[in-house]
Write a protein that binds this ligand. Structure first.
Ligand code: MYA
Ligand code: JJ1
Length: 393
């Protein structure tokens, strides 16, 4: 059934380790023991004859443009092929260059004759806590094979090659998400969507007019004020990073799977970058303490084959901590900021405490699911979305 994934150190469906224990009782931890770095294969895996490996330099304007073009035309689409993720050049640079990133983990495949970039996969380093174990991992993302080269078993070669390059840095575990089911999800989450520009969303087929609703009633339903409500709500600044790190670290401790961020990680992931990541704090007007934070990242989608619109501007909920401000009010302020900046829709997964605000803030369930995976790390049973404290870009 899964000729490739059956050979990999990942949870298998209907697994029986022969111990007589039920799956739910197998200890959380690595599936395979760590090898020695010296024993990691030194030669890149073999590609079909007309292709060759390249390490992508995301600082090169030409290279990042090639990556952008590959992804914009060939990356993830929804089930009905109406929308395709359109990660921007500045987003890709940000996502691929966190503190201590490895250039060797930005892996491309070129056609030998034309030099064209035809496939891609990336890793970035992260410290992920799984229950009480802190594990150095690679976050794997942007796996893409050109549409004309699909179903030729190139993806397993890309995955094995990035695995080799990760292991060469003495890292033996990875975290990744995908829209498809493969062995074996640690959790299955759902996307929820909050209309900000309902007329455009309906025009492009992203959403539909609800029964017995008119366009003007729909616009009124999703209307938002222009001013945020929380006193002291403002953009995150460099001087806030120690307080934001403390707030986030304390908050993420409650989830079964969550990243451990250092101050430099938080500065990278949460300092605002125009059209890439927005982040806000609530500074108590009296005490000047940072009591709350919220954030979203920008991931537009190409609208495939529409006369009137080329892209959908989407905000994705990132990390939010409501310690003093009510969560509903904090997230409503995030919606207000996204509306002010002309986003068409605000998306969120049902992870962390998001289920506490989704329905009340008029998010509706989407038709897409996101499955979370770990490589070479066993988690017993299946986690519920609220047990996840990790957002991958
Ligand atoms: S998820 C986003 C993935 N990208 C897209 O969906 C973009 C559009 N699609 C494509 O570009 C292609 O369809 C892709 C597959 C490239 C996805 N994750 O070459 P094939 C398995 C893992 O003939 P193609 C993201 O970026 C499939 O089950 N495996 O197929 C996270 C089958 O194996 P098996 C996948 O369609 C990526 C085999 O590939 C995925 O031409 C995390 C078929 O290969 C998928 N999304 O190409 C990667 N889709 O027979 C894993 C298909 O066994 C990282 N497959 O069922 C693992 C950790 C590595 C680091 C470890 C360090 C220690
Ligand atoms: O965006 C998604 N679905 C939309 C559009 C559906 C178009 C037809 N297929 C959707 N819209 C309904 C919104 C509506 C607004 C008013 C309230 C009620 C709801 O459901 C979906 C997510 O739902 N997106 C995708 O399917 C894209 C792929 C998701 C998997 C991503 C894999 C990521 C890989 C990462 O590393």
């Amino acid at each position: 059934r899964h000729a490739f994934w059956e050979t990999q150190p990942v949870g298998q469906f209907q697994e029986d380790d022969g111990s007589g224990w039920e799956d739910g009782l197998v200890a959380t931890g690595p599936i395979d023991a760590n090898q020695r770095v010296e024993d990691v294969r030194k030669e890149p895996y073999n590609l079909p004859t007309n292709f060759e490996w390249c390490t992508c330099d995301v600082d090169s304007a030409e290279m990042i443009e090639e990556i952008y073009n590959l992804l914009t035309n060939n990356y993830v689409e929804d089930d009905d092929n109406m929308f395709r993720f359109d990660y921007s050049v500045s987003f890709l640079r940000w996502a691929l260059k966190p503190p201590r990133y490895f250039k060797s983990w930005h892996v491309g495949v070129r056609a030998k004759s034309s030099r064209k970039l035809v496939a891609f996969i990336t890793g970035v380093p992260a410290k992920i806590r799984v229950e009480n174990q802190l594990v150095p991992m690679a976050e794997i993302n942007f796996l893409c094979v050109h549409k004309k080269l699909r179903a030729k078993r190139l993806a397993p070669v890309l995955i094995k090659e990035v695995t080799r390059r990760v292991q060469s840095e003495d890292i033996w575990q990875a975290a990744y998400t995908a829209g498809v089911v493969i062995p074996k999800p640690i959790a299955t989450c759902q996307y929820w969507h909050r209309s900000l520009n309902p007329k455009k969303l309906i025009d492009v087929g992203f959403s539909r007019l609800a029964p017995r609703m008119t366009m003007s009633r729909t616009i009124k339903l999703y209307h938002l004020p222009t001013e945020t409500k929380s006193p002291g709500f403002r953009q995150t600044e460099r001087r806030d990073i120690p307080a934001v790190t403390a707030l986030l670290t304390d908050y993420l401790a409650q989830f079964k799977v969550a990243p451990l961020f250092s101050e430099d990680d938080v500065a990278h992931q949460l300092m605002p970058i125009k059209d890439v990541v927005n982040s806000y704090v609530v500074e108590d007007p009296k005490t000047k303490q940072i009591t709350d934070m919220c954030s979203f990242y920008t991931l537009p989608s190409t609208v495939i084959g529409n006369e009137n619109y080329k892209v959908l501007k989407a905000a994705y909920s990132y990390y939010n901590v409501a310690k003093k401000t009510p969560l509903l009010q904090l997230m409503n302020d995030a919606l207000i900021m996204a509306k002010r900046e002309n986003y068409d829709v605000f998306n969120a997964l049902d992870i962390m405490e998001n289920q506490r605000f989704l329905k009340e803030l008029k998010f509706g369930p989407g038709d897409g699911h996101l499955h979370y995976y770990l490589y070479n790390f066993r988690v017993h049973g299946v986690l519920k979305p609220p047990e996840l404290g990790l957002v991958l870009l």
